[in-house]
Design a binder for this molecule. Structure first.
Ligand code: GLY
Length: 387
């Protein structure tokens, strides 16, 4: 009986029981990325993924993922302070530099802030600042004030001309930074307007998300569609993780409680979903047709873990649940089920990701952004634990 009472008293503490060996995981990451650098010496293409046949799947620097490998190298430098990683990060960051003028994509936040942004934060290099300001200017050209949103893609099947995807929330942080840096409030205003209109149109009453909203030239919603998810009315898990991360950033940048409340609602949807597996790494879509015989998307798990760790710092008592779930996600990603052993997985860190099963593309492969948010999650976990 006494034993039972003791167990009941200790139960609430069990959410903190999980521990991750960050030293071990970073040591392995350094070894793995040393091999990656040796295997991928050509910086004219970006490290992105691998094909089922074991060859690398590289992309040009205009691909939305070009900032993640340099970003990961900066994270290794951040933790190790080893000049070797700074050198590699600078080299791979420089490879993305020309994209500062790219007005054909909305992904400049991903591409430039994860590469140059991390570089600026860690080195204060004034050249990096210039590149980032130009990148924000290029991104701002895609905002139409009449519609009140940044245009994501230039068109969408069916003849639609103003598609906005949920992933676009991830590009707003660059705009907040640019307003602070330049004193020009217009970047911030674009971010606020985009986030508010996304909040209005991109979510269902149950707080699940759509992937693509199609607008007309007056900002009227014409249709709500999926692209990388299973169906128009399903919920693509990585898209939903981008939304969680994006609204946590909105709160960080504004301290406006409406964004914090919203970030919690959509995070609760994710965490309480009956199809979220016990290890908390989701299937590629919450309604993928053959669950449990569907692929997991570890990249969604890594993004969600990092977002929830930050959310936990703003949410008091409730934050304990976000923290515990995020740590569970990171622990799963750190286990052999998802974490590649040295030399495995084409030298990427995380296994079992899905780019777009609906397009029959990148199914059960490594994806560089899973590595990036996994490393970011580990750094956040370590930082919050030290407090
Ligand atoms: N931003 C595209 C994706 O998440 O696949």
């Amino acid at each position: 009986m006494k034993k039972l009472i003791l167990l009941a008293l200790l139960a609430p503490l069990s959410v903190f029981a999980q521990k991750i060996d960050v030293n071990k995981q970073f040591k392995l990451a350094e070894q793995q990325y040393q091999r990656m650098l040796a295997a991928q010496p050509d910086t004219s293409v970006t490290v992105h993924s691998a094909n089922q046949d074991g060859t690398y799947r590289n992309m040009p620097s205009k691909w939305w993922c070009s900032g993640f490998f340099p970003g990961g190298l900066w994270q290794l430098y951040e933790r190790s302070h080893n000049a070797q990683w700074e050198k590699a990060a600078r080299l791979w960051t420089a490879a993305v530099k020309k994209e500062q003028y790219n007005t054909g994509t909305h992904d400049l936040g991903f591409m430039m802030f994860d590469s140059f942004g991390n570089g600026l934060r860690l080195t204060n290099d004034p050249e990096y600042k210039k590149v980032l300001i130009q990148s924000a200017k290029s991104l701002a050209t895609r905002f139409d004030p009449k519609i009140g949103l940044i245009k994501s893609w230039n068109s969408f099947k069916g003849g639609y001309e103003y598609p906005v995807i949920i992933d676009n929330m991830m590009n707003l942080d660059l705009l907040f930074w640019a307003s602070k840096e330049t004193g020009d409030p217009s970047f911030k205003q674009i971010a606020l307007t985009h986030a508010d209109n996304t909040m209005k149109h991109h979510f269902r009453p149950d707080n699940s998300s759509y992937h693509v909203i199609l607008y007309d030239v007056d900002g009227k919603v014409l249709a709500k569609k999926q692209h990388q998810g299973y169906q128009d009315e399903s919920c693509w898990t990585r898209g939903h993780a981008w939304a969680m991360y994006g609204y946590v950033e909105m709160y960080r940048n504004t301290k406006d409680k409406k964004y914090l409340d919203f970030a919690q609602k959509i995070s609760d949807y994710y965490l309480n979903h009956p199809n979220l597996p016990a290890d908390k790494i989701p299937y590629w879509d919450f309604y993928a047709p053959n669950i449990p015989n569907e692929e997991r998307d570890a990249s969604a798990g890594a993004i969600a873990a990092s977002a929830l760790l930050e959310l936990s710092t703003y949410t008091g008592e409730k934050g304990k649940r976000y923290y515990a779930d995020a740590v569970k996600m990171l622990a799963s990603l750190s286990s052999p089920a998802y974490r590649a052993a040295l030399g495995e997985n084409n030298n990427f860190l995380i296994k079992h990701c899905v780019g777009a099963k609906s397009l029959n593309s990148e199914i059960d492969v490594p994806l560089i952004y899973a590595d990036y948010y996994y490393l970011e999650g580990l750094l956040r976990y370590e930082r919050y634990n030290k407090k």
